[in-house]
Design a protein around this ligand. Sequence first.
Ligand code: APR
Length: 229
Amino acid sequence: MKNIVVLTGAGMSAQSGISTFRDSGGLWENYPVQQVASIEGWHSNPELMLVFYNQRRTALKEAQPNKGHRILAALEQHFLVRIITQNIDDLHERAGSTHILHLHGELTKAQSSKDSGRITHIGYDPIEWGDKAADGSQLRPHVVWFGEPVPNMTKAIQWTQEADIMIVAGTSLAVYPAAGLVDFAQDNIPLFLVDPKPAPVRKNNLYVIKEKAVEGLEKTQKILIENYL
Ligand code: APR
């Protein structure tokens, strides 16, 4: 089986009704990113951030995987598909994908605010001020905020270097180190870039599919089945 690595971003879940960050009307237009997505923000106003992520967790509970998520899961019939996602939602899991690496954390988990390795599963429940981790510290969302390290990058680079085919779907490639993964893909492997407003990518064997995730992955699936089995 050929090995496909998929890098996904917020655009992957847009057709499931979840906002992206940098599009018009996106989250960062409505919320001051430093106050709700940075470690400084957590130190200065943790209750504001708990409310922000509780609202996102409630929205996630109402959302469903879209056909794009399901196509990536279905591709596992013919390929080894490994998904590296910047998304903190659980829609790839709910769609049935089996190899998923979250770079920026997961909304359905909480962690100690003293020890990032102390992680608990909370599903769609809220985290309230005063909720304690086993080490007695305040519980916080298991999300990687600006200014924090990205522990899963080493494995993500390995997955990318081992891939025969790469798909990049629904990401502005604006945030590093995630955006740098494209450069770790072997030179001449086919790279499918699925996005209605694709970011500039310099790769030899590039397929730019200027479509939304569902329509773009339908096209990608067709090309893969016809040419890369
Ligand atoms: N289908 C596919 N792509 C879409 C769709 C759609 N329906 N709608 C929008 N897009 C594209 C946009 O054109 C854009 O390129 O999705 C991308 C969304 O970009 P961002 O909002 O910047 O999201 P992302 O790339 O995931 O952001 C990276 O930044 O804020 C941090 O931690 C956060 O993980 C996030 C990281």
